[in-house]
Design a protein around this ligand. Structure first.
Ligand SMILES: [Zn+2]
Length: 128
């Protein structure tokens, strides 16, 4: 995708980002579907209790991944809503337009690079 120089999104670019977000959504659904299926299969294959312990440890990892997926799905949903409202590329903090290259790399971002850096710096200060 070649972006125009204008900071505003063209209709074509809006469509591009919408498709990109919808593809991400689809991919997560497909992957999580597989995960559930894999868990079911393994339960049948390993009735041995020691294997079951191993299996449970693995399920926790799977659940963590699924938790991350859920969060990402929520972010994708919010991003799609912002596209509908025509504010997809508007920074939540300063209301400047987010660069298209940044949106392309991180389609669910709600902050421009300046605000993101500020936020990261704040987080660093809080942790030290
Ligand atoms: Zn900003």
């Amino acid at each position: 995708m070649k972006f125009t120089n204008s900071p505003e999104l063209t209709q074509e670019e809006i469509d591009y980002f919408r498709t990109k977000l919808e593809d991400m959504q689809k991919q997560i659904f497909e992957e999580s579907g597989e995960t559930v299926q894999e868990m079911k299969n393994r339960n049948k294959e390993f009735p041995d209790p020691s294997d079951r312990a191993h299996l449970e440890a693995e399920s926790i990892t799977t659940l963590r991944i699924r938790d991350r997926e859920r969060k990402l799905l929520k972010k994708i949903g919010e991003a799609l809503k912002r596209i509908e409202n025509g504010e997809y590329n508007v920074c939540e903090e300063c209301e400047e337009l987010i660069r298209k290259e940044r949106l392309d790399a991180r389609p669910v971002t709600t902050l421009c690079i300046n605000c993101k850096e500020k936020e990261e710096q704040m987080e660093k200060t809080q942790h030290t």
